[in-house]
Design a protein. Structure first.
Length: 468
């Protein structure tokens, strides 16, 4: 009996020494070793190692796995100093990230993170009030998007009452309050213009109203009605002499005579997209347009217009361009475009979390979530989609990381591990833990991806379709 006890202890010791913490934890929890002093000491050591690993996982963006490590550590050794310290560090990290999202105006992301903490049963008072603030700000944002600024002020003031000294909440209260009267005047002028059938004025007023409230139904409806009345005439009245030539330039961008470069990056409306594009279908997750080029043109998905990112929306045929420059991305607007509410008039460096409005319709969020990758993602915040339909756009630099971590390029919550699609010269490769199948062929860990390939593993399945 004594010899068996010593063998179990040695087995746990070896697993811990080799870094197999999950196995060491399993052996300790499913044995009577902790009834003895050496077993309790070894349990405390494994618990401290798991608490440390949980803290590192949370720092790397995997909050769920980090908290699970913390629970396992607590079940082994109770609320030791190492466990409590790691718990406080993980909570401080997650709550700090949530508050940073609120400061950047991304209340929806903050709410998602706080809900994850709730599901993990994280014990903290800060979680409760942060969630109240986040919900108030998100409700205020939705109201403001529709032009209901007085109601938005009320929601933002309710959020401010939870924690009166939060500067970013007070800033939102002031912002929404300052828009009440200008928007009211715009709406009144808009009604007058429609009543008097002054359609050119109505278009301008509707555009101004949509700058303040991009989802205002009245302004959007009037703008559509006004354009139906004036249409091409309005464009021609703006360009004056040489209307046909100038109107084409207004769509395609400045000419080389104006700024020393070809129109809109040297591509005409009929030219095909310049970079390789694929449609990535992830089972149980969604569809993603993967763009491998460095210069990507965004525009309307019209039959006679070929752009890198065609969007089904009321925007210009060639509306803007996003270019990858080293580790960063630069937005160049050819038609009405705003970043975080500010109209873009010159090339603008994008930051993670920036909100982009193309005209009054399309609302996108720029994400560059993975600290070790230059790849980025464009998420739709409005109801619009690309053609062919995709839920988001991946701007792929060297790789695209899919998996359960919230900082991955594509979050697949039900997966156990990451899957990486990456470049190797001119070809694409796929890497994952364990064996994978690519078009029915087994590969150990990694393998080449051909056009229109299907890739699967123990808990994932995805397809890459080449686009013309």
């Amino acid at each position: 009996m004594f010899q068996g006890w010593r063998l179990k202890l040695r087995e746990v010791q070896e697993a811990a020494d080799q870094g197999q913490l999950d196995e060491a934890c399993r052996l300790l929890l499913h044995s009577d070793l902790r009834e003895y002093l050496p077993g309790r000491r070894l349990g405390a050591r494994v618990a401290a190692a798991m608490a440390d690993r949980g803290q590192r996982r949370a720092v790397q963006g995997d909050l769920v796995a980090g908290w699970q490590d913390l629970r396992a550590a607590r079940s082994l050794a109770g609320e030791t100093g190492a466990v409590l310290d790691a718990e406080q560090e993980i909570l401080a990290l997650a709550l700090g990230e949530a508050e940073s999202c609120l400061e950047q105006g991304d209340a929806a992301r903050a709410i998602s993170l706080l809900q994850t903490l709730e599901q993990l049963q994280a014990p903290t008072e800060s979680l409760r009030w942060l969630k109240e603030v986040a919900r108030g700000l998100e409700a205020a944002r939705h109201l403001a998007q529709r032009g209901k600024f007085a109601e938005a002020v009320s929601q933002a003031e309710a959020a401010a009452a939870v924690r009166p000294k939060l500067a970013y909440v007070q800033h939102k209260v002031q912002e929404y309050r300052a828009r009440i009267e200008p928007f009211r005047q715009l709406v009144e002028a808009l009604h007058r213009a429609v009543a008097e059938q002054q359609w050119s004025a109505a278009v301008k007023l509707a555009d101004q109203a949509l700058e303040l409230a991009p989802e205002n139904r009245l302004a959007a409806s009037v703008r559509q009605q006004a354009w139906a009345q004036v249409g091409t005439k309005l464009v021609e009245s703006r360009v004056g002499a040489g209307a046909a030539r100038a109107a084409a330039q207004a769509v395609a961008g400045p000419t080389s005579r104006e700024n020393g470069r070809p129109p809109a990056g040297g591509v005409s409306l009929a030219d095909p997209p310049r970079g390789r594009r694929l449609l990535l279908w992830v089972d149980g997750v969604g569809g993603y347009l993967m763009c491998l080029g460095e210069d990507l043109v965004l525009g309307q998905a019209a039959p006679d217009t070929a752009v890198d990112i065609p969007i089904q929306a009321d925007i210009s045929r060639r509306h803007a361009r996003i270019s990858r420059r080293g580790e960063g991305y630069v937005l160049e607007a050819w038609h009405t475009t705003r970043v975080n509410g500010v109209t873009v008039r010159q090339p603008t460096l994008l930051s993670d979390g920036d909100e982009i409005h193309l005209s009054h319709a399309v609302h996108l969020r720029f994400r560059q979530p993975h600290a070790l990758s230059a790849s980025a993602r464009l998420d739709f915040l409005s109801h619009h989609r690309t053609q062919p339909k995709a839920d988001a756009i991946v701007l792929m630099a060297e790789c695209c990381v899919l998996g359960p971590k919230w900082k991955n390029h594509i979050v697949c919550r039900d997966w156990q591990n990451d899957v990486v699609v990456y470049r190797r010269g001119d070809e694409l490769m796929c890497r994952a833990l364990g064996s994978i199948e690519i078009d029915g062929r087994a590969h150990e860990g990694h393998g080449p991806v051909e056009p229109n390939a299907h890739i699967s593993g123990s808990d994932f399945s995805l397809t890459l379709e080449e686009l013309a």
